[in-house]
Design a protein around this ligand. Structure first.
Ligand code: BGC
Length: 768
């Protein structure tokens, strides 16, 4: 696997030169999607080398039977797999009867580009076949944001040194498999194949979950840009549909195939409508034409970038990094459908089941909240509200009572899918993130009605969980939380993880605070919720007792909160002293050695200090940062962004910048040696936070006040970003010498900048 082969460019991800070792990594990096569906950047033509094929549709999953070494009561029966969906991009190509396969022919002038400004993927190369024919290929492909069930491909082949036949065989293949299938089972059943002239559709259903999906294609041909009619030959197999077209070309001619594809699913249609709906989509796409659809795509992305873009001057790699992160986040989730969420790999791979983790609440909500309309973040919260009953069932399975909820570690439909006891049963801090997400949203938007309508029920159920999960320790004379895994998964079954205990206490206090507010301001809702949850004042009093007397491990000697009881028994050796050859430790060391070591996978105590920064003094932050940062290996993608933000906040800009580059270019430079499996989508929201909250110092404290504290890494000339704050668009610019705010909205806006209150009239620019 090569690293650092992506060419720096402000708006594009670019690869030049063909290296088979990069194919799978590039398939991840150049992935395309539109928030509802997406694909890895697989070649359209056949490729017999190593490749990881993947096309995905949001919300379509398969419950793969759980596979574990030793079954434990409470394990879920299945793991929801994000499903590799029928492939519609494929085109077999033959030149005078020889197959085009980049694994076997001579490839030169290879260039691949993912244009993030306009939302398309292209490739160009020359190929010399074993039989001597030379061709120049150029392709362009995108998944439409506007017509969100459709994608389009334009594939050109120029005959460089021959006259003869180019055979295009576009196909739909429903005979696809998941690489991560637990029992090598096939997840799809083909129900119907409908053939037609230059178009066709396959109706397939997922086994067990019975999602029906219609996948259609329609093709069109041109020679030297003139549309031509060709004769079609059909080949129908059990699970696929292929049409073959022979086009005769003279030396110097360019033959083009346009291929339009569509997915429609039973999430949005009746089963009987699917074939027709998918065909209608590709017919309309063909009528509109490739160039028209492309124009629409460019416009859609222009709209997205208006509020999402971050401009960095003077550092192309950093610029490319942040845009890549913002682009991938938008490709994964656009926020229009409360049934969808943001999987850690988005539409770029299978690992993690592609379902919903605490990543959404802890990392993604701030990005969506500030770059889109508030309804988007609200949809993410409603997703969890809709799964509250399942979270209560999940807690009941583990022995909790009285409406206590434990949200799953990973889910597709609200049911727990994770099946490692140390995470499934122990990584319970995720429950706190659900409440933190609500708090963050309410603070930012001031939409307290969300709490009275939905959020409070979630908070009550979670407060009940923490109350029951903690127990009173006579020895400590405090409440303790035993047998947990904190965010640092390189420690399991620990007692009194600081982060977990802190969050538990905070969740209870925030829930009670919200209860009181709802009681006074929304009495009708209060009555409804109390009746529904059977809540009494006596019960909340008991919760508060737990919160008030929560135990936190502390080292007097080091003057820091300890990650968990006994942390200092470990041999403490800074990460810097580990030989490079032994990292990442999760690929080089035995699990046992990792567990006994002092190395921290991802921000843990510091995660808590990041969430609740206003509750700690800057000296406290510094002390904890200096204690934990040297021990952190950042082997979770979620880690460097938190350290970057904290470093900026305690004025450690070189460190903040180092960690920023790590989070921004984690996939582009393949820091963790795993990009071939897919990109780390959820941590990309952390990259955004590293600039806006880290360097920009943006916070909305509990008093609801918008605050900035802009600083700039010395490596950059300037940076600027835009936020949507309560419906007002604000632009922030910071250079080495200047700091400016532009209020694009129709209202005057008040904010704190470096501890001074400023007020910016509508459409005014203020230099601070
Ligand atoms: C991290 C978790 C995270 C998950 C999905 C794991 O490696 O440790 O915190 O939720 O990945 O991103």
């Amino acid at each position: 696997m090569n690293k650092n082969y992506i060419i720096p460019n402000e708006w594009s991800i670019v690869e030049e030169g063909f290296d088979k070792k990069n194919v799978e990594a590039s398939e991840s990096l150049f992935s395309i999607g539109n928030g509802s569906m997406g694909q890895r950047a697989n070649f359209e033509e056949d490729y017999s080398g190593d490749t990881f094929q993947g096309s995905y549709i949001g919300g379509i999953y398969y419950p793969d039977k759980t596979r574990v070494g030793w079954w434990k009561n409470g394990y879920p029966e299945y793991f929801a797999k994000v499903l590799n969906a029928p492939n519609w991009i494929g085109i077999h190509i033959q030149i005078n009867n020889t197959k085009l396969d980049l694994n076997t022919c001579e490839v030169s002038d290879f260039k691949r580009e993912l244009n993030m400004k306009e939302g398309w993927l292209s490739r160009s190369f020359k190929a010399k076949l074993q039989t001597g024919e030379e061709i120049q290929v150029s392709t362009k492909r995108f998944i439409s944001v506007k017509y969100n069930e459709v994608g389009a491909i334009k594939y050109n082949i120029k005959a460089l040194n021959f006259s003869g036949d180019i055979i295009f065989s576009p196909y739909i293949d429903a005979g696809i498999e998941n690489e991560d299938s637990n029992y090598n089972e096939y997840f799809w059943k083909t129900l119907k194949i409908l053939e037609g002239t230059n178009e066709g559709s396959i109706l397939a259903k997922t086994l067990k979950t019975e999602f029906n999906v219609g996948t259609a294609m329609k093709v069109d041909f041109a020679v030297n840009n003139n549309i031509i009619e060709t004769t079609q030959q059909n080949i129908i197999a059990e699970k696929s549909l292929t049409y073959t077209y022979k086009i005769n070309v003279q030396e110097g001619d360019t033959a083009t195939i346009y291929k339009y594809g569509s997915y429609v699913s039973s999430l949005n249609y009746e089963n009987e409508e699917l074939i027709e709906a998918s065909l209608k989509n590709v017919q309309e796409a063909k009528e509109l034409g490739f160039e028209y659809l492309l124009e629409a795509q460019i416009k859609s992305w222009e709209e997205i970038w208006k509020t999402a873009d971050i401009i960095i001057e003077g550092d192309v790699k950093a610029q490319q990094g942040i845009r890549f992160n913002i682009f991938q986040l938008n490709q994964t989730y656009m926020g229009t459908d409360a049934r969808l969420n943001i999987g850690p790999k988005g539409f770029t791979g299978e690992k993690y089941g592609g379902s919903t983790y605490w990543d959404t609440e802890a990392y993604c909500i701030p990005f969506y909240m500030a770059t889109k309309d508030a309804s988007v973040a609200k949809n993410l919260l409603i997703y969890r509200y809709n799964q509250l009953d399942k979270a209560i069932e999940n807690a009941e399975k583990l022995g909790f009572k009285n409406g206590a909820a434990l949200y799953p570690m990973v889910t597709m439909n609200g049911e727990e899918c994770h099946n490692e006891w140390e995470i499934t049963f122990e990584e319970i801090h995720r429950n706190g993130a659900m409440v933190y997400g609500i708090y963050n949203y309410v603070n930012y938007t001031q939409d307290f009605e969300y709490v009275s309508q939905y959020g409070l029920e979630v908070m009550i159920a979670i407060a009940r969980f923490w109350h029951q999960r903690a127990n009173f320790s006579k020895i400590k004379n405090k409440f303790v939380i035993l047998g947990v895994t904190g965010p640092n998964e390189y420690e399991n079954n620990v007692n009194n993880n600081f982060y977990t205990n802190y969050l538990a206490k905070w969740c209870i206090e925030y829930a009670v605070d919200c209860l009181n507010k709802v009681k006074h301001n929304y009495p009708e809702d209060f009555k409804r919720i109390v009746a529904k949850t059977n809540l009494s004042g006596e019960e909340t009093y008991k919760w508060l007792k737990v919160a008030e007397h929560m135990y936190f491990p502390y080292s007097e000697e080091n003057n820091v909160y300890l990650q968990q009881d006994g942390f200092l028994d470990k041999e403490i050796i800074p990460v810097d002293e580990l030989p490079k050859s032994e990292r990442p430790i999760n690929q080089k060391w035995s699990w046992d050695r990792i567990l006994r070591s002092c190395y921290i996978k991802q921000a843990d105590v510091l995660q808590g200090m990041f969430f609740f920064e206003d509750k700690f003094s800057s000296e406290e932050l510094e002390r904890h940062f200096d204690f934990y940062e040297p021990l952190t290996v950042h082997e979770s993608s979620l880690s460097p962004c938190v350290h970057s933000i904290l470093a900026a906040s305690i004025d450690r800009m070189p460190k903040a910048y180092e960690q920023y580059l790590r989070t921004a270019r984690l996939d582009l430079d393949d820091y963790n040696c795993e990009v071939h499996e897919g990109c780390h989508i959820t941590s990309m929201a952390g990259t955004w936070m590293s600039i806006v909250q880290g360097f920009g110092g943006m916070r909305v404290w509990e008093n609801g006040k918008l605050t900035f504290n802009p600083q700039i890494p010395k490596e950059w000339k300037s940076y600027s970003f835009t936020i949507n704050f309560r419906g007002n668009i604000i632009k922030v610019y910071k250079s080495q010498t200047e700091c400016k705010f532009y209020n694009e909205s129709g209202n005057e806006i008040k904010m704190m900048v470096h501890d001074t209150e400023i007020s910016i009239p509508s459409k005014q620019l203020v230099t601070v």
